[in-house]
Design a protein around this ligand. Structure first.
Ligand code: DI6
Ligand code: FE
Length: 412
């Protein structure tokens, strides 16, 4: 009932991203959307509002004036918390060094580890704020943030504490991921198995004890951890009831996506070298394929993820920034959507679902966010655009009219 709502948005075209609406984008033209507390309470055609108008005089009413409303965006893969930057490495790569060579020489991820270990929680938060604000200004209300630049107990937990702290200061939801198995720290040089044992026996339990991690992630790659080491971490995550993400098939095919699918991973991410067996395994386990076109772009990769196969097997595709100082210094989810279209040939509709419904599933939050649907979080954006395809099409213009998080208008 509209009169039970706390606020209404009227004259709105909704791109619900809800499968139950068979139109592309789940489009419902000329609707009223009612919010109660932090949830969407009612979605109805405008004539329903007109009939009940006389009973609704005390309600705050926002006239969308035929603007488009979408679920707000979810950036489901970021390394937002870190210190330092790697502009020099960017230059080295342009002069011919590869990402792998730089990593093998002790640069790359480890250079960010050295900088991050020097920073306090407060400094990490301060460094993250402008990055977060940039994402929020484009319509993001949920963001996944990984650790992985500490690689010791104190620094890994501090990264997660900084990520949690952001939710106390900003109207944003954060999903945290422990990426202790991101790179081998210098203290464990040539002792990767011992490091993985430490991750499983000390680091994961410590993060769980403080409720700092919603999920666990592993970089399974020839320059990082092998499938056997990866599996140990996934087993431990499962024992603790944590969600699972995996950095898989980014630089080579390690069959890591199929491995993670056996552990019901929420998502497998990157996937440039994914094969059909991996796609099939992901389809069976309901694992989301998270595409990170910015990393592909910055590394000037040429191997494109198998989009056609993912479509054929109905594997849901998410799109995220992978914001990080090495391979994706990009705090724009809208540009990532555009790159998913131009570089990977996603349709604009797939790109939008990739930052809404499918991104929610990649975070295990598919029953709460990512769709305009009664009972879902009242997290949505009112856009000054005519058609949802414009969101992936145009870059550098920000058509946000209103940003609503948990039922409240929020300004960034
Ligand atoms: N793959 C990535 O794209 C990021 N981590 C990973 O495993 C990059 C991390 C970095 O280079 O700092
Ligand atoms: Fe990443």
């Amino acid at each position: 009932m509209l009169k039970d709502c706390d606020a209404l948005w009227i004259n709105a075209n909704l791109a619900t991203c809800d499968l139950n609406h068979t139109q592309a984008y789940g489009l419902l033209p000329h609707q009223v959307l009612g919010v109660k507390q932090d949830k969407i309470a009612c979605i109805a055609p405008m004539p329903v509002f007109e009939q009940q108008h006389s009973e609704l005089t005390n309600l705050p009413i926002h006239d969308a004036q035929n603007a488009l409303i979408t679920p707000s965006f979810i950036d489901s893969h970021t390394h937002l918390i870190h210190a330092g930057n790697r502009a020099q490495e960017f230059e080295q790569r342009l002069l011919g060094a590869s990402y792998e060579q730089i990593a093998q020489q002790g640069g790359g991820i480890l250079s960010t580890v050295y900088a991050t270990r020097q920073a306090s929680v407060e400094q990490l938060v301060e460094l993250a704020i402008p990055r977060l604000k940039a994402l929020m200004a484009e319509g993001v209300t949920t963001i996944e943030i990984k650790s992985g630049y500490g690689l010791d107990l104190h620094s890994e937990l501090n990264m997660l504490r900084a990520a949690r702290e952001l939710t106390k200061r900003f109207p944003v939801r954060v999903s945290t991921t422990l990426l202790g198995a991101h790179a081998l720290p210098p203290e464990y040089k040539n002792r990767a198995d011992a490091y993985i044992d430490w991750v499983c026996q000390e680091l994961i339990p410590a993060a769980v004890a403080e409720n700092l991690a919603d999920a666990v992630d592993v970089f399974c790659e020839h320059i990082a951890f092998n499938p056997a080491q990866t599996e140990k971490v996934l087993q431990t995550a499962q024992t603790h009831g944590l969600g699972i993400h995996i950095h898989a098939e980014q630089l080579s095919n390690q069959h890591a996506s199929a491995l993670a699918a056996r552990y019901q991973a929420w998502s497998a991410d990157h996937l440039e070298w994914l094969d059909e067996e991996g796609v099939q395994a992901m389809a069976e386990s309901g694992t989301v394929a998270t595409l990170l076109p910015a990393a592909f772009y910055f590394l000037r990769e040429t191997q494109v993820p198998p989009i056609e196969l993912l479509r054929r097997y109905h594997v849901p595709m998410a799109v995220a920034t992978d914001f990080n100082p090495g391979t994706a210094p990009l705090a724009s989810l809208r540009l990532a959507m555009n790159m998913a279209c131009t570089l990977f040939r996603l349709t604009p509709e797939e790109a939008l679902l990739g930052v809404t419904r499918h991104a929610a599933k990649a975070l295990g939050l598919q029953d709460q966010i990512g769709q305009l649907r009664e009972g879902f979080a009242a997290d949505f954006i009112v856009w000054n655009i005519q058609h949802p395809a414009e969101l992936a099409y145009q870059v550098g213009i920000n058509p946000i009219k209103q940003r609503v998080f948990a039922g409240k208008l929020s300004h960034v």
